[in-house]
Design a protein around this ligand. Structure first.
Ligand code: PMT
Length: 405
């Protein structure tokens, strides 16, 4: 069954009679699991009140581009990054023309330009307007740019005409939105993803760990599930919902994580190491709580096993992807890890910047492989995960035909 669990759907409503149906659409999107925010154009507010959509979505409705208070709440750029999908329903002829021209003359058109998320349009207009060459040309332009369409349906229209131009029914639009995430790129593949921090005990109540929230790894798991992969998350302690259809293996320390990963290897085609694994652990775990004593004490630490390098060197050797969390010389360090750990691919992210990387909702990265690289611009972790999975599917496919792996 179609679902949008853990998805942020930004619904854009433009000014047509079908705007009243967007209330039902918001309800249906939420029913299948989406978090919904709404942008309304000025025209849309002539047909349905923001209050209705605010009550249904549970979030304030965004209407103005140049409104200091609204920008303080959530700026248009934050909205654009928040979205895993921008769904515009209804998309009027005027809005299609403005999008095709790349205009940024209201909040909705600006967010459409500013988002890296996929855009789904549900056109709605009079049948003659839909058939007009200008609209046809705009649709061709937008489709070529990667926008997706659902509808319009044919039938009797509000103006009395009969023909194509009616907005698709809310349940059809919601199903099309869910289908966009089911790419099938990794259909039949078995993917293991490590996520979150590891926790290395010092005594019964203290430990060494790090600020990894698991968001990046869990987003990768969601994207892998959507791509049709049988997905297992090997996760350190985090506080996140497990993506539907992903299997969760809970671990605490680096040694636990290694053991579980090795056990999964005979049934793993692609291994993605996103966890922030502690490089060192206390040499001994005290059985009793360490008492306060001298001014200074020395902790003795020993090296933890390198999980991703062990996986890459194993007899099963899946297509192995690592992450590089760096604070300086990002690409040089990442390239060195790519070859030292014998990885197929590495995702380099700069963790010196608090607004990306550890415990943030956004990330920015460069993905490197032995003979190429691709930058992924600052975006939400959901969108980043989907772009990484696309690259993995492409490069892993290249391996299937003998080029790598
Ligand atoms: O969890 P979030 O809050 O969303 O943050 C995401 C993230 C910043 C943790 C993630 O994007 C990230 O960068 N993960 C890798 C963190 C890390 O440990 O990087 P590293 O450069 O120290 O390690 C390189 C690679 O070796 C990583 O794939 C790591 O998982 C792996 N490794 C490291 C040490 C070790 N003992 N075993 C390993 O497998």
């Amino acid at each position: 069954m179609a679902h949008l669990f853990n998805r942020n759907v930004l619904v854009g409503v433009s000014g047509g009679i079908a705007a009243y149906k967007s209330a039902e659409l918001v309800r249906q999107l939420q029913e299948i699991g989406a978090s919904v925010r709404v942008i309304m154009t000025r025209g849309a507010r002539e047909f349905i009140t923001p209050l209705t959509l605010q009550a249904l979505s549970g979030n304030p409705v965004h209407t103005e581009l140049l409104d200091t208070e609204a920008e303080l709440g959530m700026s248009h750029i934050e909205l654009a990054r928040w979205a895993d999908l921008l769904l515009i329903a209804p998309a009027t002829a005027d809005l299609l023309a403005r999008l095709a021209a790349g205009r940024a003359d209201d909040l909705l058109a600006t967010v459409a330009l500013a988002t890296a998320a996929p855009v789904l349009l549900a056109p709605a207009m009079n049948q003659q307007m839909w058939r007009d060459k200008a609209t046809t040309a705009n649709i061709t332009t937008l489709t070529a740019r990667g926008y997706s369409m659902v509808g319009p349906a044919s039938g009797e229209q509000a103006c009395g005409d009969v023909g194509p131009g009616r907005m698709a029914q809310p349940e059809v639009i919601a199903a099309a939105a869910a289908a966009l995430f089911e790419t099938g790129l990794l259909a039949g593949k078995r993917v293991v993803i490590t996520a979150g921090p590891t926790v290395e005990a010092l005594d019964p109540v203290r430990y060494i760990s790090n600020r990894s929230s698991g968001k990046m790894g869990y987003a990768l798991a969601q994207a892998a599930v959507d791509a049709g992969a049988r997905t297992t998350l090997v996760s350190g302690p985090v506080n996140l919902p497990v993506p539907d259809h992903a299997r969760l293996v809970k671990v605490v320390s680096a040694n636990d994580m290694l053991e579980e990963c090795l056990a999964l290897l005979p049934e793993c085609d692609i291994f993605i190491a996103c966890a922030a694994v502690a490089d060192y652990r206390p040499a001994a775990i005290e059985q009793q709580k360490i008492k306060k004593g001298p001014e200074q004490i020395t902790l003795q630490l020993v090296r933890n096993p390198d999980i991703v390098a062990t996986v890459a060197a194993s007899e099963y050797r899946p297509f192995t992807v690592g992450f590089a969390a760096e604070t300086n010389d990002l690409l040089a360090h990442a390239r060195s890890k790519l070859s030292r750990k014998r990885l197929n691919m590495i995702v380099a992210n700069d963790v010196s910047d608090n607004s990306i990387g550890f415990n943030s909702d956004n990330n920015e990265a460069t993905v490197l492989w032995p003979d190429g690289e691709q930058a992924i611009a600052l975006t939400g972790k959901g969108s980043m995960a989907r772009q990484i999975i696309q690259l993995i599917a492409r490069e892993h496919g290249a391996g299937d035909t003998g080029q790598s792996n």
